[in-house]
Write a protein that binds this ligand. Structure first.
Ligand code: UD1
Length: 421
């Protein structure tokens, strides 16, 4: 069980590269189950969630070699249709095995994911949509048993936008007979990344990046090579880290258009944000203002950056408001930020932040991936030492985060501990 120790107060300066996107990588890795042969995927972040997905693919029957952000996967005959509890309980995205296994083998057994630190997180949209494609589903002994005699294209309307179910349906519909139309589809860049990869494999997907995606089913797919898009959530996290220390940093290897509203909010607060073709620079010039933020599906403000902005706005004088509209329980980190001196009040799915108190270091515990990053970011601005425990959450979504911050001048280190949590 590692901990991260931060001694706050240093300004971050310099240039840092973002990694490839975890949330684009996870469904793309699952999609390699759709055709036998060799795949070469580049710009893969070295994260525990990615390694869990590779483990899952190996249990299903693929060979994988992962070195230096490149992954070579050889999919052969699938020997096992199961995503076991041991893997699903540590990474919900194991549910991405469902669509490809059904498309490829006509059956799948996937552990039913439970709740998580963000709340209940049901999977009804995944199951209802797959049912419309001709899948029969039974839930027994904590597992989803799904079967089909042949997937058939259908019209699917999602009541609310959902990244995961849109991805699962895409991965099933590509090999279905006939045409599938997904209405109110997720428009996230990670969905477009998946659709581009599937099209490189021979799929016929139109309209990705919009709310209506059309999939013309094909009889078979072939392997393809691909390079993952940059991680826009890591980009936003690094920018907030630069901002909270009043430093000046440039994040490279990114697509500024994927961060539009996030950059606008940073500008609204008062930071200077300059974009170049593949990089973003942020620095502090002049007065700062509180802001109001509402999380919503892309291209609106991403829920994954909500805890990061709560940390940042705690340091900005005045009253800021954040409405969380995706995961209503995504506020477990607040009591930890309060331990650092943040003045935050929770009411329903809204927090109001009375910003401007000087934060002061204290021991805190990370409840989830983004909260871990938010607590570390707050610690950069706090007086004295902050020790963040449960950093295994951080390692699920950020590659060598402490090394990146240290290279920008932060006083931060990882310490191994025998502490039991
Ligand atoms: C993905 C991201 C996560 C991000 C989230 C929203 C990955 C691995 N994770 O999660 O980082 O925070 O998108 O951008 O890419 N819902 C249902 N029933 C369902 C599915 C979803 O009610 O069957 C609800 C969810 O509880 C949530 C909303 O729909 O309130 C959106 O969830 P969804 O977009 O599916 O999130 P994930 O794919 O789980």
């Amino acid at each position: 069980m590692d901990e991260i120790l931060v001694r706050g107060g240093r300004k971050l300066t310099g240039t840092i590269a973002a990694n490839g996107s975890k949330n684009a990588g996870l469904p793309i890795l699952a999609a390699t189950l759709l055709a036998d042969g060799e795949y070469h995927i580049k710009n893969i972040p070295n994260l525990s969630d990615i390694r869990t997905m590779i483990k899952l693919l190996r249990t299903i029957g693929t060979e994988a070699e992962f070195t230096d952000h490149e992954l070579r996967i050889t999919t052969k005959k699938i020997k096992n249709h199961e995503a076991p509890y041991e893997l699903v309980k540590i990474m919900r995205a194991s549910i991405y095995a469902l669509g490809p296994l059904l498309a490829r083998c006509g059956q799948a057994k996937v552990s039913f994911p439970g709740g998580c630190a963000l709340g209940a997180r049901p999977i009804d949209y995944h199951l209802e949509a797959l049912h419309k494609l001709g899948v029969t589903i039974q839930i027994k002994h904590g597992y989803i048993y799904a079967k089909t005699k042949g997937l058939k294209g259908s019209e699917i309307f999602f009541e609310n936008k959902t990244v995961g179910a849109t991805a699962n349906v895409l991965m099933a519909a590509v090999l279905a007979e006939g045409t599938t139309v997904i209405e109110n589809a997720a428009c996230e860049p990670e969905i477009s990344g998946l659709a581009e990869f599937l099209n490189k494999m021979g799929a016929q997907i139109d309209g990705h990046g919009t709310e209506i995606i059309t999939v013309h089913g094909v009889k078979e797919l072939h392997p393809a090579d691909y390079s993952l898009i940059p991680d826009r959530i890591e980009v936003g996290t690094l920018l907030v880290a630069g901002a909270i220390t009043n430093g000046k940093i440039t994040v490279t290897n990114c697509i500024p258009q994927h961060s539009g509203i996030v950059l606008n909010k940073l500008r609204d607060i008062g930071y200077t944000v300059e974009t170049q073709e593949n990089s973003i620079t942020i620095y502090n010039k002049g007065k700062k203002y509180p802001v109001e933020i509402s999380t919503n599906p892309y291209p609106a403000f991403p829920t994954d950056l909500q805890p990061l902005f709560a940390a940042l706005l705690s340091t900005i004088e005045g009253k800021s408001i954040i409405n969380e509209n995706i995961f209503s329980d995504r506020f477990m980190y607040i009591s930890e930020l309060q331990r650092l001196g943040a003045d935050i009040k929770l009411s329903g799915n809204m927090i109001s932040i009375n910003g401007g108190n000087k934060l002061s270091g204290a021991p805190v515990m990370a409840p989830d991936i983004r909260a871990a990053a938010a607590l570390i970011t707050a610690a950069l601005a706090a007086d004295g030492e902050t020790k963040i425990s449960r950093v295994y959450h951080l390692d699920r979504g950020y590659e060598y985060f402490e090394n990146k911050l240290a290279s920008l001048g932060a006083d931060i280190e990882r310490i191994e501990t025998d502490a039991l949590y």
